[in-house]
Design a protein around this ligand. Structure first.
Ligand SMILES: NC(=O)c1ccc[n+]([C@@H]2O[C@H](COP(=O)([O-])OP(=O)(O)OC[C@H]3O[C@@H](n4cnc5c(N)ncnc54)[C@H](O)[C@@H]3O)[C@@H](O)[C@H]2O)c1
Length: 362
């Protein structure tokens, strides 16, 4: 087991990474203040791991709540059903929620924990690669509205993160690949050596090699933890973590959420961000080709489908949360391993980048 810490004064917490963690009662116990625990999961993950987590938490009379898997469940309606179950079960402020699942479960459970009785403790037990390297760490929680993703949310840090790498063995390959997009993101924004390591170890990562995955998750969480510790509420550098996300969220919205996985959309979004960086004179063209080659080898999309119009994407980008005072802020690259926040990018340049990605020549 590998462990690292996210340093946030009295809200600091440990991130444990390794196979078989979700059965280990001792890893949960120090973080549970009250006598009751509620495990929240989706039906898919609950069917695979719910019983084992409840067995580990047997001392706390665990209640297992579950909802339908997928992004379409990250709604106010699901939130209300879960909240009502807590209210009906008369859970008090000392309850600890355990988020068992991918980013959808983590974001939903975190938001419920942030708001139930003005805030209760929660533990993240992420079971997708995306959740283990990204969404379970950093305290962003939230749910979607028809007008956009994560528009209702709160910052609420978990008490600890247990990333059980053995759970990745049951993860569909497409989900694993989508998670790799976020791993690649950390290399691109913060660590050129890590990116080179990913390029070398890609076959092992795709084959589900536990040692390679543990190392990828550890380094990803380490980078995220450093950035979040310095800028918890995203007043500056934390925005670097959004590389590819403004483009990616627009792709998800334009395709009606669900057709593309979040990581797939972010992967193509990162290629667009690299293309943008080249157009802004920040990144050599061969580095854009390098990003495209890696995404392609990983099995991530590198082309925008012909039926997504440029104006449609630009429209969604303008509605993104990262618009401040009417200025679209985007993450670009000054080099492989060096992300930079840029604003005031002319719409015309964005349109060119989108068009070029459609033709497959970002
Ligand atoms: N809070 C953050 O900082 C943050 C960061 C990135 C993404 N996100 C959010 O995360 C969400 C995406 O998360 P995700 O990609 O984990 O999707 P997800 O939670 O929908 O999980 C993907 C699918 O895999 C299944 N699954 C999960 N673990 C499994 C396992 N071990 N074995 C078999 N099947 C398994 C789930 O049932 C689901 O069908 C999005 O809503 C996104 O907005 C949040």
């Amino acid at each position: 087991m590998r462990t690292l810490r996210l340093d946030l004064a009295d809200r600091s917490y440990g991130i444990h990474i390794g196979p078989g963690l979700l059965d280990q009662a001792d890893l949960y116990r120090p973080h549970i203040r009250g006598r009751r625990v509620v495990v929240i999961s989706d039906r898919q993950v609950a069917g695979l791991y719910g019983e084992r987590v409840c067995a580990a938490l047997a001392d706390y009379q665990p209640l297992l709540l579950q909802f339908e898997p997928g992004e379409a469940s990250k709604t106010l309606e699901t939130y209300a059903v879960l909240a009502d179950a807590l209210i009906e079960g008369r859970f008090d402020r000392r309850v600890t929620l355990v988020a068992l699942g991918g980013g959808v479960v983590g974001d939903m459970t975190g938001f419920l924990a942030a708001t139930y009785q003005r805030g209760v403790d929660f533990i993240q037990v992420p079971t997708t690669l995306l959740a283990q390297v990204d969404s379970s760490v950093g305290g962003k929680t939230g749910i979607n509205r028809p007008g956009g993703k994560n528009l209702l949310g709160a910052f609420h840090q978990p008490r600890c993160v247990l990333a059980d790498t053995a759970t990745l063995a049951t993860l569909p390959r497409r989900e694993l690949v989508a998670g790799l997009a976020e791993v690649i993101k950390y290399g691109l924004i913060a660590d050129a050596e890590f990116l080179a390591w990913i390029e070398r170890e890609l076959p092992a990562l795709l084959a589900g090699d536990d040692e390679a995955l543990q190392r990828a998750i550890y380094r990803s969480c380490e980078i995220k933890a450093q950035i979040v510790a310095a800028d918890e509420r995203e007043s500056g550098q934390r925005a670097l973590l959004n590389l590819g996300h403004t483009f990616g969220h627009a792709i998800e919205a334009a395709t009606g959420y669900g057709a593309w996985l979040h990581g797939e959309a972010v992967g193509l979004g990162m290629l667009m961000a690299a293309g943008l960086s080249a157009r802004l004179g920040r990144l050599p063209a061969n580095d854009v080709a390098r990003v495209a080659a890696l995404l392609e080898r990983a099995g991530l999309p590198t082309r925008l489908p012909a039926d997504i119009a440029t104006d449609t994407l630009l429209g969604f980008m303008a509605g993104d949360k990262k618009v401040l005072d009417g200025q679209l802020r985007l993450v670009a690259l000054d080099a492989i391993g060096r992300g930079v926040i840029v604003s005031g990018v002319p719409l015309q340049v964005l349109a060119e980048v989108i068009d070029a990605t459609r033709a497959g020549a970002a």
